[in-house]
Design a protein around this ligand. Structure first.
Ligand code: ARG
Length: 562
């Protein structure tokens, strides 16, 4: 349904000796004013070849261009402007969407290829913060989009379940821990211990040493240390699963940092073999001076391995397990140096696939303009936010539609949808100011607005007593034309979202489609019994299909009623 491509084809038929279809395609613009046309082809670059003025060339092309696809072809200055034929195009688009259903927009770009995504990856024994929400929902949406493009997507939750912080946590537990309290409310209690540890450590140097010693024990396989770690991990996972269930996100693997403990020696050997490991103050590092990056720390002087070492081992393991065509790391931009180091190191080891690894950074969620920090306790808990959002959705339902069937599930879809959409509508790389109030608005550019539009369109279809048939006429009015153009653009939007690895393109798209639909609804008497009825219903049906699929790609449900 790429009409730009079809216009490019018509032009290429005339210009094939001089420009390829691709070149033509890239030259085509969308005019500033809709009245100029749907597309414009600038003739400046052809002036040299034809030794004529661009305006004359435009005139000649306009005269020769003839296709039932266009309602009007016109040379305006150096441009050939075309207006698509509303009747032909809207009929084609609606028919295609109805025929293909939720497969409309499927692509074969990634056929036979696997893409692995490292996403979510919260840290054990710490609350699941709003920060981890971004990685989870952005990563999940990118995975959905990649699947729509034909890739097999593997979602990996690289749990932060190893590292010096567990030494500290065990040390804190040994000093102040209370089993009963931990069992009652594991993450909260463990987190309290962790915060207390850092507060006390400011005045008590002994603590840091204890923490380091416990981590060393843990790495050496000490039984008590291991048992406590395992307990903390299991309890945390129970808490996380609840959140993932609410969010409707699942993973193919929960292999976290600890999973690579027995795979790091091999990595260290590889680095040695390549002669790139060097010593620095007793620690082992790889120097990355050639790219002006700070050295990458592989082993501390006490032999403890690091975050980067585990990421190196994980990358190799993933390549050997999945033979990925691409590996994405959906992690905040503050870790960008870390990934530069890791990717460069893998390249130095001669792995050709290192070039296919991409850090997909995203902005922070700020609270009053400041970064949230688990350590300082300035943190908003995702689970609280989700619960509040769901409660608000419940209130709305109770007020507007108290007899709604399946109320609880719908409230979940709407509340959670609000939170996910709020995140995804922001360009991935931008920081977001946390505002529960904005997040939970059920009008404006929000998830619930799109969901509501979907449900409204669905109710029109239910109220129409006829079944939509394939006997569709084209539609000519401005409002349906807006919808038809947007429907036609959907595959392109998906592809762009994939290329930019940015779900916000889809979030903005569904908002536009919902707005176009609501304006259509306000202007048109859809259910009047006349010869246009079936075509109007077909347009409504096509809109519901694309809205639902757009929301699905974002990881958001579309309730039939709300
Ligand atoms: N657990 C880390 C954090 O919360 C994120 C891990 C990202 N993934 C990775 N392979 N390093 O900051």
């Amino acid at each position: 349904m790429d009409y730009k491509l079809q216009f490019a084809q018509c032009l290429t038929n005339l210009l094939s000796e001089h420009l390829t279809k691709q070149q033509v395609y890239e030259l085509i613009e969308v005019p500033k004013y809709a009245s100029y046309g749907d597309f414009a082809f600038p003739c400046f670059t052809l002036a040299k070849t034809f030794r004529k003025s661009p305006a004359l060339i435009a005139k000649e092309i306009a005269e020769k261009l003839d296709d039932s696809l266009f309602e009007k072809v016109e040379a305006k200055g150096a441009y050939v402007n075309v207006l698509l034929n509303k009747t032909t195009v809207s009929k084609q688009v609606i028919e295609t969407v109805l025929q293909q259903g939720n497969h409309y927009g499927d692509m074969s770009l990634g056929e036979g290829k696997t893409i692995v995504l490292d996403l979510s990856s919260p840290n054990i024994a710490k609350p699941f913060s709003m920060g981890h929400l971004r990685s989870t929902v952005i990563g999940n949406a990118i995975a959905n989009i990649a699947e729509k493009c034909g890739y097999k997507a593997v979602r990996i939750n690289h749990l932060g379940d190893w590292g010096t912080q567990f030494g500290k946590l065990i040390a804190a537990y040994k000093r102040w821990g209370n089993d009963e309290k931990i069992k009652e409310n594991p993450i909260k209690e463990l987190f309290n211990l962790y915060v207390k540890f850092h507060q006390e450590a400011e005045t008590n140097e002994q603590l840091e040493m204890e923490g380091r010693a416990w981590f060393k024990k843990l790495e050496d396989g000490d039984e008590e240390a291991y048992r406590l770690w395992k307990w903390f991990r299991d309890e945390s996972l129970k808490d996380f699963s609840r959140i993932y269930e609410l969010l409707g996100v699942s993973f193919d693997s929960y292999n976290g940092e600890a999973f690579y403990n027995d795979k790091m020696d091999r990595m260290v050997h590889l680095l040695e073999e390549h002669g790139i490991l060097s010593e620095s103050d007793g620690a082992m590092v790889v120097r990355l001076d050639e790219k002006e990056l700070p050295p990458c720390l592989i082993k501390k002087s006490d032999g403890a391995t690091l975050y980067a070492t585990r990421d190196l081992a994980a990358a190799l393991y993933r390549y050997e397990t999945y033979q990925f065509a691409k590996a994405l790391y959906v992690v905040g931009h503050e870790q960008s140096l870390h990934f530069q180091q890791v990717f460069l190191l893998l390249e130095k080891l001669g792995f050709a696939w290192a070039k296919t690894m991409v850090h997909v950074p995203f902005g922070l969620i700020l609270k009053d303009g400041k970064k949230m920090s688990t350590r300082k306790g300035r943190v908003i808990l995702l689970e609280d936010v989700l619960k509040e959002a769901i409660a608000l959705a419940e209130q709305n339902i109770a007020a507007k539609n108290p007899n709604l069937e399946n109320k609880d599930e719908i409230a979940r879809q709407v509340g959670v949808g609000a939170v996910i959409f709020y995140d995804l509508k922001h360009e991935r790389i931008n920081n977001i100011e946390f505002s529960l109030e904005d997040m939970l608005k059920f009008e404006g550019e929000t998830g619930p607005y799109v969901q509501y539009t979907y449900a409204r369109a669905g109710s029109i279809l239910r109220n129409a007593k006829t079944v939509v048939t394939s006997d569709i006429h084209g539609l000519e009015d401005e409002e349906s034309w807006e919808i038809a153009k947007l429907l036609a653009a959907f595959p392109n939007v998906i592809q762009k979202a994939y290329e930019h690895l940015d779900p916000s393109l889809i979030a903005k798209y569904v908002i536009h489609l919902a707005q176009a639909f609501n304006s259509y609804y306000a202007h048109t008497k859809i259910l009047v019994e006349d010869e246009g009825l079936n075509s109007r219903l077909a347009l409504v049906r096509a809109t519901t299909i694309v809205l639902q699929e757009g929301l699905r790609l974002l990881g958001i449900g579309a309730p039939e009623r709300m």
